[in-house]
Design a protein around this ligand. Structure first.
Ligand SMILES: [Zn+2]
Length: 124
């Protein structure tokens, strides 16, 4: 075996070991197999479900208290959701506030607060 073949073999062995460890972690933490993860990754085109950024490694997002994985997200989106306590109402208010801040020079409406941005069923 040439040194180049030896290096290739070691790289392949390392990848198999890494995949095995990763598969074990994914199964234990999220209840899906590495094959299911890879299928989902392929279905999403390697892109985060929220921001669309293509990443080599996406995080499995499960809402708190829910057993089924919803989608694969990038770390930034996963952390953002986590910092906002996985709370859709709070996340919507943040979105409204950021839009207000971006448009602040264009209009003179009052800043949204937790009182005047409480989402309703008609909110879009
Ligand atoms: Zn993202």
């Amino acid at each position: 075996m040439t040194p180049q073949e030896q290096v290739k073999l070691l790289e392949m062995q390392a990848k198999v070991k890494t995949d095995r460890i990763r598969g074990y972690y994914i199964k234990k933490r999220y209840g899906i197999t590495l094959e299911q993860y890879n299928y989902q990754y392929e279905q999403q085109g390697g892109a985060c479900r929220i921001c669309g950024q293509v990443k080599n490694d996406l995080t499995i997002y499960c809402a708190p208290g829910v057993k089924t994985a919803a989608a694969l997200l990038c770390n930034r989106c996963t952390l953002g959701i986590g910092y906002l306590n996985n709370n859709p109402k709070l996340i919507l208010r943040v979105s409204q506030f950021v839009q207000y801040a971006l448009d602040i020079d264009k209009k003179s409406s009052p800043a949204p607060t937790h009182e005047n941005t409480a989402p309703t069923a008609q909110s879009s």
